[in-house]
Design a protein around this ligand. Sequence first.
Ligand SMILES: *Cc1c(COP(=O)(O)O)cnc(C)c1O
Length: 326
Amino acid sequence: MPEPATIALPTYADIELAAQRIAGVAHRTPVMTSRTANARTHAQLFFKCETFQRGGAFKFRGAYNALVQLPDDQKRRGVVAFSSGNHAQAVGLAGQILGIPRVIVMPADSPEVKRRATAEYGAEIVLYDRLTDDREAIGRRLADERGLAVIPPYDHPAIVAGAGTAARELIEEVGPLDVLLTPCGGGGLLSGSALAAEALSPGCRVLGVEPLAGDDATRSFRSKTLQSVRNPDTIADGARTASLGRLTFPLVLGHVADMLTVDDRTLVRALFFLWERMKLIVEPTGALAAAAVLERLLDVRGARVGIILSGGNVDLSQVQAWRALL
Ligand SMILES: *Cc1c(COP(=O)(O)O)cnc(C)c1O
């Protein structure tokens, strides 16, 4: 167990402040419903479409919230982020808006669509080998050499608070929920969502959903001891994270009702439903929470269910390979 006394965990008040900072900069994304999805699950489903967020994922919320608070001299020197994709794009875009130089350390095998978008936002990209290099070491060396601030993808109070603003908007718009599900990689989105739901919809059960091959957060949750996973083989590339973090692990333990896992085959079935039936371009990681509900891994009959569709940066060249998993 981490020592909570030594770590200042974010609270709902931080989500309120983040919401004020990102207002007018981040999109207030739409909430979609589907009679077909409701009929299939015998529930009322509300899909919060962060696929339409700037940068194509919820991560812009946290990245902007973190960058806008940096002291002026740090804003001049710049930032460095290491990410498999969406965090990179988010920091790239937030830094562009704020005029902050940024270096992004990305795996050489991250989806082409994400690499290209990051470059288009004007960030300097440093590639590394996911199997042999230590990205944090690379990031820290760059930070030391150039005086850059490291912007972590999830284990940072401003990132968690920013992520929580999506669930805040969802509940504000549709009212109290019985259940709220979010994808889970490093647990920033899940932690922020749980804090928001606890404040705005007391009694709402918040569930995190991760890929079966990378079930470290589920094992951590069950055993109450931090577990990790190494380079899990899953199409949910945004949830290949090794483990929950120093902030997100205690937040998940303290505020989340349960964790669920989804195998890649089930995830692909949900992806095709979202694309074909709901016309929503969601990426695999972004569909984890939806998959748990649509593929009925969870009984939600009669419930009002919030689902965060966390991102939409699909590498369309992969679609045939994914279909082959069915
Ligand atoms: C990063 C990411 C996640 C996971 O978020 P964490 O805060 O790391 O748990 C989920 N979905 C998408 C689309 C992402 O980019």
